[in-house]
Design a protein around this ligand. Sequence first.
Ligand code: NAD
Length: 362
Amino acid sequence: MTTSRPNVLESAMPQQTTTTPPQITVPPFAVIPGAQVQQTLQGQEQQIVNLVEATYRLHAAGDSVNPPSYFLRFPDRPTARIIALPASIGGQVRVDGMKWISSFPANVTAGVPRASAVLILNDHDTGYPFACLESSIISASRTAAMAASAADRLTRHRGRPTRIGFFGTGLIARYIHTFLSATGWSFEQTGVHDVSADSAAGFRTYLQQTPTGRITVHDSPEQLIRASDLVVFATVAGRPHVTDPAWFDHNPLVLYVSLRDLAPEIVLASANIVDDVDHCLKADTSPHLAEQLTGNRDFLTGTLHDVMTGRVELPEDRPVVFSPFGLGVLDLAVGKHVYDEVTRAGQLHVVDDFFHETRRYG
Ligand SMILES: NC(=O)c1ccc[n+]([C@@H]2O[C@H](COP(=O)([O-])OP(=O)(O)OC[C@H]3O[C@@H](n4cnc5c(N)ncnc54)[C@H](O)[C@@H]3O)[C@@H](O)[C@H]2O)c1
């Protein structure tokens, strides 16, 4: 009688399984123009603020990858730059991608917006790009949404400001005003200051078409700041031009989206909230200059997420400066939301055969 003993080699080998390989297909590639982006986002300001806050929560929980932005600069065009913001986000959004955003300030004198951008969304499973979206509107919307979120979160225990001042009055200032208005803010006084009289006049005309209280155009930056308990910085300054901490003696909230206007001494005299510490302390932002001056990060109070979760409290006897570097994960979240809405509406423009070599051996 022979007993059948297992072949040593066989028993050492992994058991053959009959599972079929996962079904992987190349997703269709779509292009979403600015008109569709704007149509989708208009009227959704509160929803976008909620989405931005949910994205901060995912980022704080570690469910994101958000490496440093890459700044492409040009020796022959020193004021211009193009920034790459690659990122990946988990949660229900679950998408990878990159924002590629140009800043050419000289465009403005020709009546063309300074910033232009595209956002690429990549499929989680195959890595294939599946959408290219016009992204200057997405970028402006997520920036305004994070400003509106900060205005709300950072004033809950300090009293709501009633006098707002816009320092720099381009497209971002307009979007921030729109988002604040759409999320329940109204102001008794609105101050405006810009080095360009044309910009200040254009912004004033825009404001007059909205339900705004008294509007004052300030020639002096000092007057604008002293007259405002909420100051929005949205200039294109490359280095500090506001240097006197005494202008902030009334302890305003500063929404500091342009990041390079304030001397480090003003940062050091304030409570400082950022969106992400490592991102914000780079690229010669004012908090970065403050770190270089002091050799430490002790002047940072915390992140906006820390405030949202009650981990930090804000003093009432100092200015509060919110410096958001602007995370690529926010662009991804808002971009994916636009993609989903356009898809749901059955209005996605797919580019047939965009990826053509889809069989490995032809
Ligand atoms: N932190 C972020 O996530 C984020 C996102 C988007 C944009 N931004 C920044 O917002 C800023 C504004 O963008 P935009 O698209 O509105 O630009 P824009 O060119 O449309 O407007 C900028 C305005 O600032 C004015 N200005 C320039 N220097 C000034 C100064 N020293 N004092 C007063 N006014 C001055 C200009 O005349 C112009 O009217 C940029 O610095 C941009 O990088 C930040």
